[in-house]
Design a protein around this ligand. Structure first.
Ligand SMILES: Nc1ncnc2c1ncn2[C@@H]1O[C@H](COP(=O)(O)OP(=O)(O)OP(=O)(O)O)[C@@H](O)[C@H]1O
Ligand SMILES: [Mg+2]
Length: 377
């Protein structure tokens, strides 16, 4: 709460305790009478309420004002960052039927690392080590997942593992990436403001500039527009080790989605060539997922090997999470296993003397039996 001045604090009194509680990661307000929170991945309704719509709207208006923005009938949607790095999105009536709708993703002071993901059960030790190797070897990595599945968190963690000495350029729409590195340059796009005669600067524009600023690694916060084609071209022209996130449900879909985004711009490249370019640009897809028990996990780490004769992407799982059951509290029980597939670049792991033996890719016996039973059924 300390980031707000007294006037705003007063407006936010109804949710003061939620803002101060560090165990709460997100606050979701669906009109004045309905406030949900996320704590440890679980979403629950709180008893907190605003007095009425006018009070809620005033609170959001004053927060918007405090970050130099306006939310009113001309601009009924707001995407803003608060001084402490928390992200606030709001939509006001009549666009939102229940009343002013707000989501505040609170900034977490503690940065998660690969070890935290291992401790949370989001990733196995071997898989974490393997991801580390992929970053070290400069593989092109796309983190795929649904909304709030943990994509940006994973990208931050992978970005932090980029070897020292690399010049990193990050490009994003809103300031979400927090990669802790020494030599890093961050770019953010700009929206058009006709009133102020300010022209828009797109992701695509910034990718073009980034290319002339001697990057070793380019990191795109979220690939969601025609900058996808530039990213694919960068990845295909010797700028290894580029990374980004994308909204999709599994590694194959991530390839298809990237292809679709590449075709959004007025490209003259034929679609089947674009598919081939995506197939050869992408090397590793890391799939994130938020499960019904609220836990966020990496469900697949896969290698993209190109496109087959029929035009299908060839995607091989290297590690994947397998569910074995559910406990009485509804928590999923499972484990991340190697899939018995040796990545195409295993020789690079050997010649670079990276301590990751071939056995780490072998599928455990119980999983092989399970797979055989499944196939027979
Ligand atoms: N493995 C994890 N375990 C517990 N919490 C996590 C984990 N990964 C991410 N989180 C938390 O989940 C929330 C959402 O994570 P994040 O912002 O990375 O998701 P996202 O997929 O990028 O979301 P969006 O689609 O909105 O961009 C954050 O509060 C983050 O701290
Ligand atoms: Mg994100």
């Amino acid at each position: 709460m300390s980031i707000f001045n007294d006037a705003i604090k007063n407006f936010l009194r109804p949710i003061e305790e939620l803002l101060n509680d560090d165990s709460i990661s997100e606050i979701m307000i669906n009109g004045p009478r309905e406030i949900f929170i996320e704590r440890k991945g679980q979403v629950t309704r709180t008893k907190n309420v605003f007095r009425d719509e006018e009070d809620l709207l005033s609170a959001i208006r004053s927060i918007a004002q405090s970050v130099g923005r306006t939310i009113d009938q001309q601009n009924p949607r707001l995407d803003a960052f608060l001084a402490d790095g928390s992200r606030l999105c709001a939509v006001i009536p009549p666009l939102s039927k229940k009343g002013t709708t707000v989501a505040i993703r609170k900034f977490s002071q503690s940065k998660l690392g690969l070890n935290d993901l291992i401790n949370f059960g989001a990733l196995s030790k071997e898989a974490a080590r393997f991801l580390d190797i992929c970053v070290y070897l400069g593989k092109n990595i796309l983190v795929s997942g649904g909304t709030g599945s943990g994509k940006t968190t994973i990208l931050n963690i992978l970005g932090a593992r980029i070897p020292k000495g690399c010049r990193i350029i990050t490009i994003e729409d809103s300031q979400e990436l927090q990669i802790v590195q020494e030599h890093i340059v961050s770019f953010i796009t700009r929206k058009e403001d006709t009133g102020q005669n300010i022209k828009a600067v797109s992701m695509r524009d910034l990718v073009h500039s980034a290319m002339r600023l001697r990057p070793d690694r380019i990191v795109i916060g979220e690939v969601r527009g025609d900058e996808a084609l530039d990213l694919v071209q960068i990845m295909n022209t010797g700028h290894d080790g580029s990374m980004g996130t994308i909204h999709s449900n599994n590694p194959k879909d991530a390839c298809t989605r990237l292809e679709l985004l590449c075709l959004l711009g007025d490209t003259k490249i034929p679609p089947d060539l674009v598919r081939k370019m995506v197939g050869s640009a992408l090397q590793i897809v890391v799939q994130a997922h938020r499960f019904s028990d609220g836990k966020r996990k990496i469900t697949e780490i896969s290698e993209v090997l190109g496109v087959d004769h029929y035009g299908n992407y060839i995607v091989k799982d290297i590690f994947k999470w397998v569910q074995k059951g559910k406990d009485e509290q509804g928590n999923l029980i499972g484990e991340m296993i190697p899939c018995g597939y040796l990545p195409s670049f295993f020789d690079l792991i050997v010649v670079n003397r990276l301590p990751f033996p071939r056995e780490n890719f072998l599928m455990p016996e119980w999983a092989q039996v399970q797979l055989k039973v499944k196939k027979a059924a």
